[in-house]
Design a protein around this ligand. Structure first.
Ligand code: ZN
Length: 302
């Protein structure tokens, strides 16, 4: 079976590491607000992928994570925390917001849409100990440094950083204002963020570096390794994950294991509304309920 591999930019045969068993890791939702059909389109793609692989005689072990902690509103390491912002808006704790949208997302995906339940649906908050241990491994190998707001991954220490996105590292170095953040390189990213002095967060944990919470990218590297091993056959996600989230997952995983994180990368494109990406920030989203109630579902014409 052939797939277009984002990593090699080629259509390649799938060659699973373990004969007829395929390991698949798909980046899942951040559970801070109502999911929209742009989210579900990606889930439908991966569901079709799993069904196709199984119909072709493969066994599939499918991990779809649930981001229930600390994902900032931008891909940068500054800005608002999505979970906390969601909680404040609804007058709930971050834990309550996570539980609420996990339930809603579960009903929509596996009830309403009838998708196959993934083999594992780990919550990031269930793997904090392992995430701290992972940062310690990075630290022991000399890949991290601390700033006043967190522990950062030094991307200049990895020889092929940015290979998935074919990032122009020198161009980025030249154009960036690193001085503002104190980062050594503009592409460096937080693996552990500190709680602000005097502020008690809903979600924070003790760590060897002080109380705080994991950087967003960390959870996927850690849960993929814990559940599927050092190298997985197929890693999927949205096309917007390529330059930052997946690039950084690869960096920290390969720094720790010295092995490829995934042999094949598949990415789903955005769903568009009037030529623009459907996104909460543009206010052009449709939920599953919207299209059902407004009878916008496409049906075969005969
Ligand atoms: Zn991920």
């Amino acid at each position: 079976m052939k797939f277009y591999n984002t990593l090699s930019r080629k259509t390649e045969d799938l060659v699973p590491l373990n004969d007829k068993k395929v390991t698949l890791y798909a980046c899942g939702l951040t559970v801070y607000s109502q999911p929209h059909i742009g989210n579900w389109v990606a889930y439908i793609y991966w569901d079709l992928l799993v069904r196709t692989l199984r119909a072709s005689g493969y066994e599939v072990e499918h991990v779809q994570n649930i981001t229930d902690v600390g994902h900032l509103t931008s891909d940068e390491d500054a800005g608002e925390d999505k979970m906390l912002a969601g909680a404040l808006k609804e007058g709930l704790t971050a834990w309550e917001v996570a539980d609420k949208y996990i339930k809603i997302a579960d009903d929509e995906a596996y009830g309403h849409l009838g998708l196959l339940r993934p083999t594992h649906m780990p919550r990031a908050t269930a793997y904090i100990k392992q995430q701290i241990a992972f940062v310690s491994e990075l630290e022991a190998k000399g890949f991290t440094y601390a700033l006043k707001d967190g522990v950062y991954f030094d991307t200049s220490k990895l020889k092929d950083y940015g290979k998935l996105a074919k990032l122009d590292i020198e161009g980025l170095q030249f154009g960036a204002r690193v001085a503002d953040t104190g980062k050594k390189n503009p592409t460096d990213f937080a693996v552990w963020k500190f709680s602000l002095e005097g502020q008690k967060r809903d979600m924070e944990w003790e760590s060897p570096w002080g109380p705080g919470f994991p950087g967003w990218h960390l959870e996927c590297s850690v849960m993929a390794r814990e559940l599927l091993g050092d190298t997985i056959d197929i890693h999927t996600g949205g096309i917007d994950h390529i330059p930052v989230h997946h690039t950084n997952e690869i960096a920290q995983s390969e720094a720790v294991t010295d092995k490829p994180l995934a042999n094949m990368w598949l990415h789903a494109n955005h769903i568009k509304v009037d030529g623009k990406k459907m996104s909460k920030s543009l206010g052009n989203i449709y939920t599953l309920k919207d299209i059902t109630e407004k009878d916008l579902m496409l049906r075969p014409s005969n």
